[in-house]
Design a protein around this ligand. Structure first.
Ligand SMILES: C[S@@+](CC[C@H](N)C(=O)[O-])C[C@H]1O[C@@H](n2cnc3c(N)ncnc32)[C@H](O)[C@@H]1O
Length: 315
């Protein structure tokens, strides 16, 4: 079974690690995972490109060639370079030791050049060969150049809109598959809808505020997206429970964004109508999570500034 590696950015590391694991398990529930700080190694039938395309915080990824026992690669490892015209060698040093990285990269390149016809190219090579050094194990891996998908555009932004990275991660943390449907009952500018649709997940958004409804609608149209957007109170979601598989939302704070009622009352009402057997990813202001009463399987704390720490609950 192929093994893939994912080097994650260290911002929101806990979320980043859980997100990659959740994506891998969503595609293959027998996927085996090993986490070495910000390096995640996954053995699964899903290839690394598919996982990388969904994940938010992956900096570098590829396939493991083999765990490094001897010093350098065997000839059979160069099979990956068979059809490549260009390659480059990169060392990812996640260990606490200092190495002369440029020197190591050069000597790897020299050695590979003896076995392969591919030429070294620092710019956009066909194949990148990685040497990943950690305090536990070292690995050789490779990645091929691949097309990244375009990010959805937002023609209209708003100060209280949800960070797209966290939104995307929330969708992935509840393991929604392509073709499933997510509902955001407080959709604001439509961040959830845009992120979902960019990953092939359908979306339904609700917002009671005419202005936000229009912003969302325009943002969807600008991308040619077809998600449903309804101008109305969040309580309408009770009428459409059969139409979606999960809820991803950022609750109103009663500060920058308009709220139909005071946030505490709104929260109570929201809890009372939450469908029982749906996947949930809810972001709220710290303190509110205690009142949400949803028995989360995971809770993350995101420090924004002195007076705003946000909580993400996953169920
Ligand atoms: C924190 S914002 C959501 C931000 C959104 N995630 C984004 O990225 O733009 C909360 C949204 O809830 C909406 N809202 C407040 N009360 C509502 C209600 N009773 N029903 C539906 N939407 C409501 C507000 O208009 C606001 O757009």
């Amino acid at each position: 079974m192929p093994e893939s590696f994912f080097v994650l950015s260290k911002d929101n590391l806990e979320i980043a690690v859980d997100e990659v694991i959740s994506i891998a398990k969503m595609y293959d529930r027998f996927a085996k995972v090993r986490v070495l700080l910000n390096l995640v190694i996954i053995q699964s039938k899903t290839n690394w490109e598919k996982i990388t395309k969904r994940a938010t915080f992956v900096k570098i990824s590829g396939q493991i060639l083999r765990k490094m026992s001897g010093l350098f690669l065997d000839e059979e490892n160069f099979e990956v370079l068979k059809n490549a015209k260009t390659f480059v060698c990169r060392v990812i040093n996640l260990s606490s030791n200092q190495f002369n990285v440029p020197e190591l990269e050069r000597s790897m390149g020299d050695m590979i050049s003896k076995f392969s016809k591919a030429q070294v190219s620092l710019e956009n090579p066909d194949i990148t060969i990685y040497l990943i050094l950690t305090n536990q194990d070292n690995f050789f891996g490779f990645s091929k150049r691949f097309e990244t998908e375009n990010r959805p555009i937002k023609i209209k932004k708003y100060p209280h809109e949800l960070d797209w990275k966290l939104t995307r991660a929330m969708i992935n943390l509840i393991g929604l598959k392509e073709g499933e449907v997510v509902c955001d009952p407080f959709c604001g500018t439509g961040t959830t809808l845009l992120e979902a649709e960019s990953m092939g997940i359908h979306a339904i958004g609700l917002d009671f505020d005419d202005k936000m409804y229009k912003i969302s609608k325009n943002n969807l149209e600008a991308n040619g997206y077809k998600s449903k957007i309804i101008k109305g109170d969040f309580s309408q979601l009770t009428k459409m429970v059969d139409e979606f598989d999960g809820i991803v939302t950022d609750l109103p704070y009663g500060t920058a964004s308009k709220s139909s009622e005071n946030p505490e009352d709104l929260l109570k009402k929201f809890v009372s109508i939450l469908p029982k057997r749906k996947k949930l990813a809810i972001m709220c202001k710290k303190g509110f999570e205690k009142k949400l009463n949803i028995n989360p399987i995971k809770k993350y704390e995101i420090y924004r500034h002195k007076s705003l720490t946000r909580i993400i609950l996953i169920k």
